[in-house]
Design a protein. Structure first.
Length: 332
């Protein structure tokens, strides 16, 4: 039986008593982990994945997904370098272990040089919000400190498409067998070229191309509303993605965030003050047949908050809870 739209607390690298208590206090019964702190230089063991799942179960929480393996696990896959077949076999092993452990979704991106932001700017009430300016990025400015591969550059978009197809052809059959869905995250920022390497998931039609390559129920989207809003045409991309992929059951889950402005320059913001109308978007998700989970993603840095953003995340979760409550009311 399909579930209703729900909220998960996300963007954690590990589960602690504090974070699990926090989730329950917010009234959230689902969680998501992003690039979790699991031992392993190239692969994750079944035992470690099962331990995380069991910790959630024992604490009354459902582990909805794991988003991203470390880039060192699959940088050769993205860049088509020698050693990619070994990385693919490790990735296939992780999918099998997740299926065996009962973790249903593995999120992935295809950005070898990862996410970029060029500055932090004051937003509402002086809250700090990350921002991107393509002109500054062209000078190599990036405030995101993450172990991404910037040593190898691939300026040819067709090569990146070949690499993604090679990856999907190898992992989709294993995902189908394991009962795990692979959820693709859009490029952030959504730009055709960054730091000398082509990007392929920066416009709506390219996701349709990826779906055709996968040709499988095991492939879907980690629909980051913020990334879609960052694209040229802003909110129109958000609605087009939902209206096309929602009825096709291709939206695994949703990053519920927004920005002000679009490429080549944008700034993140609080929900409700960005390019799209959050209530309109949630209603469209519901009408499209979406039954996955919504989650907090990037949040502004508010006064006296923790590095992870407890206060700002509580605001985002509460905002989404209010939207869901209103949606239930109008559907009566």
């Amino acid at each position: 039986m399909k579930q209703n739209i729900r909220i998960a607390l996300g963007q954690m690298q590990e589960l602690t008593h504090e974070t699990m208590t926090y989730a329950r206090q917010l009234g959230v019964s689902s969680v998501q982990l992003n690039t979790p702190n699991i031992p392993g230089e190239a692969c994750w063991s079944y035992e470690d994945l099962y331990a995380i799942k069991k910790t959630c179960d024992d604490n009354g929480l459902f582990l909805e997904s794991i988003e991203n393996v470390p880039i060192r696990f699959y940088d050769k896959i993205m860049l088509g370098l020698p050693g990619r077949d070994e990385q693919i076999e490790n990735y296939r092993t992780i999918i099998r272990h997740m299926g065996r452990a009962g973790i249903p979704v593995l999120g992935h991106h295809f950005m070898p040089n990862f996410v970029w932001r060029t500055s932090s700017e004051p937003g509402r009430g002086g809250a700090l919000c990350t921002a991107f300016d393509l002109e500054a990025a062209a000078s190599g400015i990036n405030q995101v400190k993450y172990a991404a591969n910037r040593e190898v550059r691939i300026p040819d978009e067709s090569v990146m498409w070949d690499n993604y197809a090679y990856f999907l052809n190898a992992v989709i059959p294993v995902a189908e067998e394991a009962g795990v869905r692979l959820a693709l995250h859009p490029d952030d920022p959504p730009v055709a070229m960054l730091d000398g390497t082509a990007r392929i998931f920066y416009k709506v039609e390219n996701f349709k191309r990826a779906e055709a390559i996968a040709d499988s129920e095991a492939w879907g989207l980690n629909l980051c509303l913020g990334c879609c809003s960052e694209m040229v045409y802003g909110a129109a991309n958000v609605m087009e993605m939902i209206r096309y992929f929602g009825p096709r059951n291709k939206i695994c889950y949703v990053h519920f965030r927004d920005v002000q402005g679009t490429m080549p320059k944008f700034q993140e913001c609080f929900l409700g003050e960005g390019n799209y109308h959050p209530a309109e978007v949630l209603l469209e998700l519901k009408r499209s047949g979406f039954t996955g989970f919504l989650m907090d993603d990037h949040v502004p840095s508010v006064i006296n908050d923790s590095p992870w953003g407890h206060r700002a995340r509580a605001h985002a979760v509460g905002y989404m809870q209010g939207l869901l409550n209103a949606l239930e009311l109008i559907e009566r």
